[in-house]
Design a protein around this ligand. Structure first.
Ligand code: ATP
Ligand code: MG
Ligand code: FE
Length: 357
C-alpha cells in the first residue's frame, strides 16, 4: 500500500509518501516539511492568519515535491490521508480542501486523520512496537499520556490542567529575552547555568492524580526574573537551568504514576513500552530523565528521531495505512467531513460524518 499524507494543522506545511507491505516495516519514500518559523518569529509565536496563507501558497508545491522525491505519481498511491484536526482551523481547511480535491479528481479514497493519532502511531514507523503501549505527547499544544490500544482505540490517562509543556518553555524564553521558538534556546543557555540557584515549584509533584500542570512554574519564573532585573547573561542561564530542572523532575514524577498504572492493568505485558512524541521530546535532559525512569520501571523507552517527533506528514500517511490495515479506512464519509479545531483522540468513536465541531 502507498499513501500520500498531508499535514497543515499548525505552522508546518508537510507532505509525505509512505509505503507498506505485509510483514515488513514501512518505508518512508519521502517526507517533505516546510516550517514557517521565519514568518512567525517576529511575532514571538504562531499567527493563525499568516499560517493559513502560508499553507495556501506552499501546499501544492510541497505535495508535488513529496511525490517527486518518492518517485511516484498520484495514480500510484492507494489513498490520501490528511490531518482533519485538531489544530488551527485555517490551516486545517487548506489541507482538507486540497486533499478532497485530489481525492475527487483521482478517484482515490480520502482518510481524515486525527493529528494526535499521527503522533501516537509514529513510533511504529521505525520500530516494531506492539499494542498496547503508553505514549507521552509533549508539544507546544499538548501534554498528555495516552494508552494506545490500537488504531482508533485510545484512552487518555493524564493531561495538563493548564499550560502545555512547550508553552511553558516558550513563555519562559520570551520572559528571558530569548528568541522564538523558545524550547531549543532555553535548553541551549541552560547548559551554562546553575540549575540549583532557584528552587522553582514542582506542580502536582507527589500527588496521586496523574495529571500535569505548568502555569505555577511560569509565574514563579516571572517573579524570579522581575526580582533580579535587569538580567545579566548568567542570570538568564541560571533561570533557564533552574526552570528546566523543575520541568524534568516534575515530568518524571508525573509519568511514573502512569507507568505504575500500566503495570497494574497489564501485569502480563511482555514488553511494557513508553513512546514519546512532540517537539519537546527533542530536549536532551528530558529524554535522559525519561530513559532513566523507564529503565528503573521495567519499561522500554522509544523516542523516534526529532524529524518524526515534530509535526510531519509521514506520521499522517502512516496513520492512514494503520487505519486501512485495521479496517477503519473508510468508516466515515470524508467528503462531507469538516475539519475540527478541537478533537480529543479518546473521542475517536464519535461518528465523524458531517461533524463540524
Ligand atoms: P501540536 O503538535 O501540539 O499541535 P506544536 O506544533 O506547537 O503543537 P511541535 O511542533 O511538536 O508542537 O513542538 C513545538 C514545541 O516544542 C515548541 O513549544 C518548542 O519550544 C518545543 N521544543 C522544541 N525543541 C525543544 C527543546 N529542545 N527543548 C524544549 N522544548 C522544545
Ligand atoms: Mg509546530
Ligand atoms: Fe503536533
Amino acid at each position: 500500500i502507498r499513501v500520500l499524507g498531508i499535514e497543515t494543522s499548525c505552522d508546518e506545511t508537510a507532505a509525505s509518501v509512505v509505503a507498506w507491505r505485509e510483514r515488513e516495516l514501512p518505508r518512508i519514500l519521502s517526507n517533505v516539511v516546510l516550517s514557517q518559523l521565519e514568518e512567525h518569529a517576529a511575532f514571538g509565536g504562531v499567527v493563525p492568519e499568516i499560517a493559513a496563507r502560508a499553507h495556501v501558497e506552499a501546499l501544492d508545491g510541497i505535495i508535488e515535491a513529496a511525490l517527486d522525491e518518492a518517485g511516484v505519481r498520484l495514480s500510484d498511491v492507494d489513498a490520501i490521508a490528511a490531518t482533519a484536526g485538531p489544530g488551527l482551523i485555517g490551516g486545517l481547511l487548506v489541507g482538507m480542501m486540497t486533499a478532497k480535491a485530489i481525492a475527487a479528481a483521482s478517484g482515490k479514497p480520502l482518510i481524515p486523520i486525527n493529528h494526535l493519532e499521527g503522533h501516537a502511531l509514529s513510533a511504529r514507523l521505525l520500530d516494531d512496537v506492539e499494542f498496547p503501549y503508553l505514549m507521552l505527547l509533549v508539544s507546544g499544544g499538548h501534554t498528555q499520556i495516552l494508552l494506545v490500544r490500537g488504531p482508533g482505540a485510545y484512552e487518555r490517562w493524564a493531561s495538563t490542567i493548564d499550560d502545555a509543556i512547550g508553552e511553558a518553555f516558550d513563555k519562559t524564553a520570551k520572559l528571558l529575552g530569548l528568541p522564538y521558538p523558545g524550547g531549543p534556546n532555553v535548553e541551549r543557555v541552560a547548559r551554562t547555568g546553575d540549575a540549583f540557584r532557584f528552587d522553582f515549584p514542582h506542580p502536582l509533584k507527589g500527588e496521586a492524580r496523574p495529571d500535569f500542570s505548568f502555569s505555577g512554574l511560569k509565574t514563579a519564573v516571572r517573579q524570579a526574573a522581575t526580582a533580579i532585573a535587569p538580567l545579566r547573561d548568567q542570570d538568564v542561564a541560571d533561570i533557564a537551568a533552574s526552570f528546566q530542572r523543575a520541568v524534568v523532575e516534575t515530568l518524571a514524577d508525573r509519568v511514573a504514576r502512569s507507568l505504575d498504572r500500566f503495570h497494574g492493568e497489564f501485569p502480563q505485558a511482555k514488553c511494557p513500552t513508553l513512546i514519546v512524541a512532540g517537539g519537546v521530546a527533542a530536549n536532551g535532559p528530558i529524554r535522559a530523565a525519561l530513559l532513566l525512569l523507564c529503565e528503573r520501571s521495567g519499561f522500554a523507552f522509544v523516542a523516534p528521531p526529532p524529524a518524526l517527533c515534530t509535526d510531519n506528514a509521514a506520521m499522517i500517511a502512516w496513520a492512514g495505512i494503520e487505519r486501512m490495515r485495521a479496517g477503519l479506512g473508510e468508516e466515515t464519509d470524508p467528503m462531507t467531513m469538516a475539519p475540527r479545531s478541537r478533537w480529543p483522540l479518546d473521542a475517536n468513536a464519535v461518528p465523524l460524518v458531517g461533524a463540524g465541531k
